[in-house]
Design a protein around this ligand. Sequence first.
Ligand code: RB5
Length: 147
Amino acid sequence: MKIALGADHAGYSLKECIKGYLTEKGYEIVDCGTDSETSVDYPEYGFCTAKTVMDGKADCGILVCGTGIGISIAANKVKGIRAALCTDSYMAKMAREHNNANILALGARVIGQGVALDIVDAFLTTSFAGWKHARRIDLINEFEKKA
Ligand code: RB5
Protein backbone atom coordinates (compact mmCIF):
# COMPACT_ATOMS: atom_id res chain seq x y z
CA MET A 1 0.00 0.00 0.00
CA LYS A 2 1.32 3.43 -1.01
CA ILE A 3 0.74 6.44 1.24
CA ALA A 4 1.27 10.09 0.34
CA LEU A 5 2.53 12.27 3.19
CA GLY A 6 2.45 16.06 3.32
CA ALA A 7 3.05 18.67 6.00
CA ASP A 8 3.93 22.29 6.56
CA HIS A 9 6.72 23.43 8.90
CA ALA A 10 4.52 22.88 11.99
CA GLY A 11 3.76 19.33 10.92
CA TYR A 12 7.21 18.44 9.57
CA SER A 13 8.49 16.63 12.66
CA LEU A 14 5.32 14.53 13.09
CA LYS A 15 5.33 13.73 9.36
CA GLU A 16 8.89 12.39 9.68
CA CYS A 17 7.86 10.33 12.70
CA ILE A 18 4.87 8.87 10.76
CA LYS A 19 7.13 8.22 7.76
CA GLY A 20 9.56 6.17 9.89
CA TYR A 21 6.72 4.30 11.59
CA LEU A 22 5.00 3.36 8.33
CA THR A 23 8.19 2.51 6.47
CA GLU A 24 9.08 0.06 9.24
CA LYS A 25 5.63 -1.51 8.83
CA GLY A 26 6.30 -2.06 5.13
CA TYR A 27 4.17 0.73 3.63
CA GLU A 28 5.53 2.59 0.60
CA ILE A 29 5.73 6.36 1.13
CA VAL A 30 5.38 9.20 -1.38
CA ASP A 31 6.74 12.22 0.50
CA CYS A 32 5.21 15.46 -0.83
CA GLY A 33 7.24 17.62 1.62
CA THR A 34 7.95 19.91 3.31
CA ASP A 35 11.48 18.88 4.21
CA SER A 36 12.37 21.18 7.11
CA GLU A 37 10.94 23.42 9.82
CA THR A 38 11.43 26.53 7.68
CA SER A 39 8.12 28.37 7.41
CA VAL A 40 6.06 27.43 4.33
CA ASP A 41 2.42 27.77 3.21
CA TYR A 42 0.30 24.74 4.13
CA PRO A 43 -2.04 24.93 1.06
CA GLU A 44 0.82 23.95 -1.29
CA TYR A 45 1.37 20.70 0.62
CA GLY A 46 -2.33 20.01 1.01
CA PHE A 47 -2.90 20.42 -2.74
CA CYS A 48 0.18 18.42 -3.76
CA THR A 49 -0.63 15.48 -1.48
CA ALA A 50 -4.31 15.50 -2.49
CA LYS A 51 -3.38 15.52 -6.20
CA THR A 52 -0.98 12.63 -5.63
CA VAL A 53 -3.90 10.60 -4.23
CA MET A 54 -6.31 11.67 -6.99
CA ASP A 55 -3.73 10.85 -9.72
CA GLY A 56 -3.54 7.32 -8.32
CA LYS A 57 0.11 7.72 -7.32
CA ALA A 58 -0.87 6.79 -3.75
CA ASP A 59 -3.76 4.84 -2.24
CA CYS A 60 -4.43 7.44 0.44
CA GLY A 61 -2.76 10.37 2.16
CA ILE A 62 -1.81 11.73 5.56
CA LEU A 63 -1.45 15.48 6.11
CA VAL A 64 -0.06 17.35 9.10
CA CYS A 65 -0.03 21.04 9.99
CA GLY A 66 -0.21 22.83 13.34
CA THR A 67 -3.90 22.16 13.92
CA GLY A 68 -4.69 20.01 10.87
CA ILE A 69 -7.36 22.56 9.97
CA GLY A 70 -5.71 24.62 7.23
CA ILE A 71 -4.15 21.70 5.41
CA SER A 72 -7.42 19.69 5.46
CA ILE A 73 -9.39 22.68 4.14
CA ALA A 74 -6.89 22.97 1.28
CA ALA A 75 -6.92 19.24 0.48
CA ASN A 76 -10.73 19.20 0.42
CA LYS A 77 -10.67 21.71 -2.48
CA VAL A 78 -9.25 18.98 -4.72
CA LYS A 79 -12.11 17.13 -6.45
CA GLY A 80 -12.64 13.63 -5.11
CA ILE A 81 -10.78 14.24 -1.87
CA ARG A 82 -12.42 13.51 1.47
CA ALA A 83 -9.89 14.71 4.02
CA ALA A 84 -10.83 14.06 7.65
CA LEU A 85 -9.25 15.91 10.55
CA CYS A 86 -9.08 13.45 13.46
CA THR A 87 -8.01 13.90 17.05
CA ASP A 88 -8.55 10.34 18.22
CA SER A 89 -8.67 6.82 16.81
CA TYR A 90 -12.49 6.61 17.02
CA MET A 91 -12.77 9.56 14.63
CA ALA A 92 -10.25 7.93 12.30
CA LYS A 93 -12.18 4.64 12.34
CA MET A 94 -15.45 6.45 11.56
CA ALA A 95 -13.77 8.60 8.90
CA ARG A 96 -12.98 5.39 7.02
CA GLU A 97 -16.05 3.31 7.92
CA HIS A 98 -18.73 5.98 7.32
CA ASN A 99 -17.07 8.70 5.24
CA ASN A 100 -14.63 6.68 3.11
CA ALA A 101 -12.03 9.37 3.82
CA ASN A 102 -9.03 9.13 1.50
CA ILE A 103 -6.89 11.58 3.48
CA LEU A 104 -6.25 11.74 7.22
CA ALA A 105 -5.35 15.17 8.62
CA LEU A 106 -3.57 15.63 11.95
CA GLY A 107 -2.66 18.62 14.11
CA ALA A 108 0.89 18.34 15.41
CA ARG A 109 0.29 21.11 17.95
CA VAL A 110 -2.88 19.42 19.19
CA ILE A 111 -1.99 15.76 19.73
CA GLY A 112 1.15 13.90 20.82
CA GLN A 113 3.09 11.36 18.77
CA GLY A 114 1.59 8.32 20.51
CA VAL A 115 -1.99 9.42 19.86
CA ALA A 116 -1.07 10.37 16.29
CA LEU A 117 0.30 6.89 15.55
CA ASP A 118 -2.81 5.26 17.08
CA ILE A 119 -4.94 7.43 14.80
CA VAL A 120 -2.81 6.48 11.78
CA ASP A 121 -3.19 2.77 12.62
CA ALA A 122 -6.98 3.09 12.95
CA PHE A 123 -7.21 4.99 9.66
CA LEU A 124 -5.10 2.50 7.70
CA THR A 125 -6.73 -0.66 9.05
CA THR A 126 -10.41 0.28 8.75
CA SER A 127 -12.46 -0.29 5.59
CA PHE A 128 -15.44 1.62 4.21
CA ALA A 129 -18.71 0.03 5.36
CA GLY A 130 -20.61 0.92 2.14
CA TRP A 131 -24.41 0.48 2.27
CA LYS A 132 -26.29 3.68 3.32
CA HIS A 133 -22.96 5.44 3.76
CA ALA A 134 -22.21 4.96 0.05
CA ARG A 135 -25.45 6.80 -0.83
CA ARG A 136 -24.28 9.77 1.24
CA ILE A 137 -20.87 9.84 -0.40
CA ASP A 138 -22.63 9.69 -3.80
CA LEU A 139 -24.63 12.80 -2.80
CA ILE A 140 -21.38 14.64 -2.06
CA ASN A 141 -19.87 13.49 -5.36
CA GLU A 142 -22.94 14.59 -7.34
CA PHE A 143 -22.86 18.01 -5.68
CA GLU A 144 -19.15 18.32 -6.43
CA LYS A 145 -19.70 17.42 -10.08
CA LYS A 146 -22.34 20.18 -10.48
CA ALA A 147 -20.42 22.83 -8.52
C1 RB5 B 1 1.29 27.59 10.92
O1 RB5 B 1 1.71 28.49 11.89
C2 RB5 B 1 -0.15 27.16 11.18
O2 RB5 B 1 -0.99 28.24 10.92
C3 RB5 B 1 -0.50 25.96 10.33
O3 RB5 B 1 0.37 24.93 10.61
C4 RB5 B 1 -1.89 25.38 10.55
O4 RB5 B 1 -2.16 25.17 11.91
C5 RB5 B 1 -2.99 26.04 9.85
O5 RB5 B 1 -4.15 25.63 9.90
